[in-house]
Ligand binder design. Structure first.
Ligand SMILES: Cc1cc2nc3c(=O)[nH]c(=O)nc-3n(C[C@H](O)[C@H](O)[C@H](O)COP(=O)(O)O)c2cc1C
Length: 185
């Protein structure tokens, strides 16, 4: 059984990144062998990392008791981890960045190794800073990385065009999910 978790970074339920995640997960489910857990960072109680470095010493545990503890255990067991976020002021949302900072507690144990990461990034002008971040740490942590990006800026240069209007992108997310699900069976 393949285990997957999706970390939703957007505060907008059913927005562009949520919708791409749901298409990706539909594809994954189609393989029939996946167990999926979803986390909406905006709706959880997750305190920012306090930099105490308690987690770098045995028993390598984060000192903060909050909803992040549930993400840790799901993350450790997961084969596939989806990081979904819109671009906000040049980077991922504060909600997802807070989750990532707290990953310090498990990063020192090399628990990222051999996982498949899927970065789903929605944007108006640029997404490269987030891709560059994942690519840079991939060398060290040795995970596999797939990226799906969607530009939601309409032709008028102002309005947001929801991804549900872009069949190719929905298909791309579905097909990636399906292929990862099938590869694991
Ligand atoms: C506060 C805020 C800041 C944003 N900053 C950026 C940005 O720096 N670069 C960019 O390309 N898009 C930016 N956007 C546009 C969003 O990334 C884009 O609308 C995205 O598709 C929203 O995804 P969602 O529907 O999953 O929330 C910003 C949007 C908001 C609300």
């Amino acid at each position: 059984m393949m285990k997957a978790i999706a970390l939703h970074g957007s505060p907008r339920r059913n927005g562009n990144s949520d919708t791409l995640v749901s298409n990706f997960l539909q594809g994954l489910r189609a393989s029939g062998h996946s167990e999926i857990q979803e986390f909406y960072a905006n709706e959880l109680s997750i305190k920012p990392c306090q930099g105490c470095l308690t987690c770098n010493k045995p028993p390598y545990k984060c000192a903060i008791e909050d909803d992040m503890q549930e993400i840790y255990s799901a993350f450790i067991d997961a084969d596939v981890v989806v990081f979904a976020t819109p671009m906000y002021w040049g980077y991922m949302t504060a909600q997802l960045k807070t989750v990532l900072d707290r990953m310090e507690a498990i990063a020192s144990q090399r628990l990222f190794r051999d996982k498949t990461f899927v970065a789903i990034l929605t944007y108006h002008h640029h997404y490269e800073s987030v891709v560059a971040f994942f690519e840079r740490i991939r060398e060290y942590f040795r995970f596999r990385l797939y990226t799906i990006t969607y530009c939601s800026l309409g032709k008028d240069g102002q309005n947001d065009v929801h991804v549900s209007n872009c069949r190719e992108k929905l298909e791309e997310a579905y097909v990636l999910g399906k292929s990862l699900g099938e590869a694991a069976t």
